[in-house]
Design a protein around this ligand. Structure first.
Ligand code: SAT
Ligand code: MN
Length: 591
């Protein structure tokens, strides 16, 4: 029997108490449940979620502590068209965001949320973004009527008493309200109020829309706070490379959603690199701040991985397979008759029968996919065999390289390096990628996604570029910038580069460049390795000519590429830093 004191451990912080008082009077829940993050609480809430059908218990022999959640089929990805930045002026949100004045947004949301928790429980979820005791860490409180959100938040963030301890009596915390309503896309809004450090999310129960610590706080509100306070909140993985001599180099990398950040962050080096080790700090978000020694330091504000399941297997990501083998919440994957999970790409041949992500019978003859293309796993980082010991270091880790990358089937070479900070910011600002299933809408269309932040920057993108340029003044030993593209294809539509573990070779060139050991050629794009500068040893069926093909640069394609960046630059023109226009002109001149 569950302890009846469960859910009664109220905060003693007056600001939290006042806010919960007002919010509960407005939402009118039957009950308020104060989360403390304990194991006992997890057990009780999991039991309740299973009893009410929100979670399906998986085979506990095969997958101990694992559960499956099926979301409403209308609610399977982030919805950029329903995501708003509510600053006093439209100009502050900028042309890359949807905007509504705070007053107007409140006027619209107030009647929707009024009494919305009648007959339901309101959970108060205190959480930390960042390691305890770090000057970079921030506190959030999410109020939600979704038990799935509570159980996911305790995986994705350091949740419970630890957050109250960090906060003390302070009023400096993010206020997040999540109301599922009837999960109706017509009444779905993810509204951010950066000036008030506040988020209101209604009408969804999908990860990126409702795990408010993640995209909403750590990126949209975080980027705004970063601009104000002199740091960077970025859509970046962080990893450490340990060489055979024990030298550790940390890099961060911005790729858009569903472009392989989790795989890269957990990479298993190929046999030729058996004495090298990759350590994961984070797979999605980096908060970076200049340190006292003049270097740029990064923390991972999260504590778990909310990764894309399809395509994950022992070959593509052995560490992820291990990570998600226990204590994991799966969303919208397929279910096998013996209570195991499956998704496209997990095994070469699908099982003969499955229940698909919608709950329907499925066989390999079915036309639909068994798992949703944006189906996810939610697993604690402590499950990861490659978790870096520095992950809880309050100071973070020093970043030597910042890597930008997108999913581009043509034009963009495998790897090149920017000439300097300003050029690096230009390379990040003009990044592009083919769209994926991580956001609702068409898949496979090239769009500009500056620094992979297009859906996540909480203020004017032009001002964001200025902030990036300004940061240089506070960093005495700046990281170097690189650009990668694992996804280039030949005319037959085959990938030119094998990717996954072989990306270790690209990474090695990158860190050798940072440590002044690798050679490169100057080109109009930046510094690039020739086949002789790049370690291809031990790669079966991969010739120096093939490598040259991955790196090939065609001037006419690049002129077109520059033209296609102009659309974004024109859109942002009133706030676009002149430095970036000069960079564009220099590139055109070099071409
Ligand atoms: O769905 S999330 O927004 O949490 C992940 C992503 O799209 O990057
Ligand atoms: Mn992401």
């Amino acid at each position: 029997m569950a302890n009846e004191n469960l859910g009664t451990r109220k905060s003693t912080n007056r600001h939290i108490l006042d806010w919960i008082e007002v919010t509960s009077r407005h939402c009118e829940p039957d009950k308020i449940f104060w989360c403390d993050g304990s194991e006992e609480e997890k057990r009780a809430l999991t039991q309740e979620a299973v009893a009410s059908g929100i979670l399906i218990e998986l085979n506990q022999q095969k997958l101990p502590g694992c559960y499956l959640h099926r979301s409403n089929p209308n609610d399977v990805a982030r919805v950029e068209q329903c995501t708003y930045i509510c600053t006093p002026s439209e100009d502050e949100a900028g042309p890359a965001n949807n905007w509504k004045a705070p007053r107007e947004m409140y006027a619209m949301l107030r009647p929707m949320t009024k009494g919305s928790m009648r007959g339901r429980t309101m959970y108060v979820v205190p959480y930390l973004m960042g390691p305890p005791g770090s000057p970079m860490t921030k506190v959030g409180i999410e109020v939600t009527d979704s038990i799935y959100v509570v159980l996911s938040m305790r995986v994705m963030a350091r949740m419970g008493q630890v957050a109250y301890d960090e906060l003390g009596n302070s009023d400096d915390f993010n206020r997040g309200l999540h109301c599922m309503l009837d999960v109706n896309p017509e009444r779905r809004f993810i509204a951010h109020f950066p000036h008030e450090n506040k988020i209101i999310s209604v009408g969804s129960n999908y990860g990126g829309n409702v795990l408010l610590g993640k995209k909403c706080f750590a990126l949209r509100i975080g980027s705004y706070l970063g601009k104000r306070e002199g740091w960077l909140a970025e859509h970046m993985l962080i990893l450490g490379v340990e060489s055979p001599t024990g030298e550790k180099t940390f890099v961060s990398a911005a790729f858009p959603s569903a472009c392989g950040k989790t795989n890269f962050a957990m990479m298993v080096p190929p046999p030729k690199f058996k004495d090298w080790k990759i350590w994961t700090i984070g797979d999605d978000i980096a908060w970076m701040k200049p340190g006292v020694d003049g270097r740029l330091y990064a923390i991972n504000p999260e504590a778990g991985y909310f990764g894309v399941a399809p395509g994950t297997n022992a070959e593509t990501n052995r560490n992820a397979m291990e990570t998600i083998s226990h204590d994991t919440i799966y969303t919208n994957v397929a279910l096998t008759p013996d209570g195991d999970v499956w998704w496209e790409g997990k095994t070469e041949t699908p099982p003969p029968e499955l229940i698909d992500w919608r709950g329907n019978q499925w066989t390999p003859d079915s036309k639909e996919k068994a798992a949703h293309p944006n189906s996810r796993f939610c697993a604690p980082m402590t499950n990861n065999p490659s978790l870096a010991p520095e992950v809880n270091d309050p100071n973070g880790v020093p970043i030597s390289a910042i890597i930008f990358g997108g999913r581009r089937s043509s034009t963009i070479p495998l790897v090149y390096s920017a000439f300097n900070w300003i050029h690096g910011v230009y390379v990040g600002a003009t990044m592009s990628s083919e769209t994926t299933a991580a956001a609702s809408g068409a898949v496979g269309q090239v769009r500009r996604d500056p620094m992979a932040m297009l859906p996540f920057c909480g203020y004017n993108m032009g001002e964001y570029f200025k902030h990036w340029l300004n940061m240089r003044k506070n960093i005495k030993y700046p990281p170097r910038f690189f650009h990668v593209n694992w996804f280039r294809k030949n005319e037959q539509g085959e990938y030119l580069w094998p990717g996954f573990g072989e990306n270790m070779r690209v990474l090695k060139w990158i860190i050798d460049r940072c440590n002044g050991r690798a050679h490169a050629h100057e080109t109009p794009l930046g510094w690039v390795p020739g086949p002789e500068d790049f370690d291809l040893e031990g790669m079966e069926n991969f010739s120096p000519e093939q490598f040259a093909e991955t790196q090939q640069m065609n001037n006419e394609d690049w002129k077109r590429e520059v033209l296609s960046t102009d659309e974004l630059f024109m859109k942002l023109y009133s706030h676009l830093p002149k430095e970036l226009i000069f960079q564009r002109e220099l590139l055109v001149a070099r071409l």
